[in-house]
Design a protein around this ligand. Structure first.
Ligand code: GTP
Length: 185
């Protein structure tokens, strides 16, 4: 089922989403586009910031989780309430791509997600950095996404390249997520 155009007479449906990924991946910068709130400087998120916005016929509630090592243990507090996950990867961060893989795997194997159906939007961010970035194919291989699609049929996955600085890929990714969560009820 597609996402309906906004109609002021119809209350938008609600969607709760948790936004995760390593620190500095660009989570808050991506969300700031959707909130139509573009501060000139985005600071590291302390713990978690709850964002609300209405976009693409959906009233979104998004937990923007800090990605610093010490805070990652808090992500799972929001898993039971989330119908969808946005996992942001910094495509220019070769040194920590294996750490991002470990965190993504831990999320996928968490008891709150292991057995139920959910939508996973994987945002490959900072693609504006050109030849300094890994390609989408390279990242998909490192993250073993083909294996994931075979082994975890409960996950509806979409991979979206983006640049939060330029604002590209964000609408496409979140429109897909809105559609995916709508289809799975
Ligand atoms: P934590 O709150 O620490 O978990 O980080 P975060 O994932 O929310 O990252 P944040 O949005 O704070 O961005 C981190 C830095 O990356 C900032 O300096 C952003 O300006 C920069 N950044 C974010 N997205 C992009 C992008 O698409 N391209 C480039 N070049 N820089 C980006």
């Amino acid at each position: 089922m597609g996402v309906m155009a906004s109609n002021p007479c119809v209350a938008p449906r609600q969607a709760s989403v948790v936004c995760c990924g390593l620190d500095n991946a660009g989570k808050s910068t991506i969300l700031s586009h959707l909130c139509d709130d573009l501060p000139s400087v985005i600071h590291p998120t302390p713990g978690m910031a709850l964002q609300h916005f209405i976009k693409y016929g959906v009233q979104w509630r998004v937990w923007d989780c800090s990605g610093t090592g010490a805070s990652r243990g808090m992500w799972s507090l929001f898993y039971p309430h989330a119908a969808g996950v946005v996992f942001v990867v910094d495509a220019s961060d070769r040194d920590r791509i294996s750490c991002a893989k470990d965190e993504l795997e831990a999320l996928l194997l968490h008891p709150d997600f292991r057995k139920r159906h959910f939508s996973l939007l994987l945002m490959l961010n900072k693609m504006d950095l050109g030849e300094n970035t890994m390609s989408a194919v390279e990242i998909e291989t490192i993250l073993r996404l083909k294996h994931l699609q075979v082994s975890q049929r409960n996950v509806d996955l979409h991979v979206q390249s983006c640049s939060a600085i330029k604002g590209t890929g964000i609408e496409e990714g979140f429109r897909w997520l809105a559609d995916s969560m709508s289809s799975s009820g």
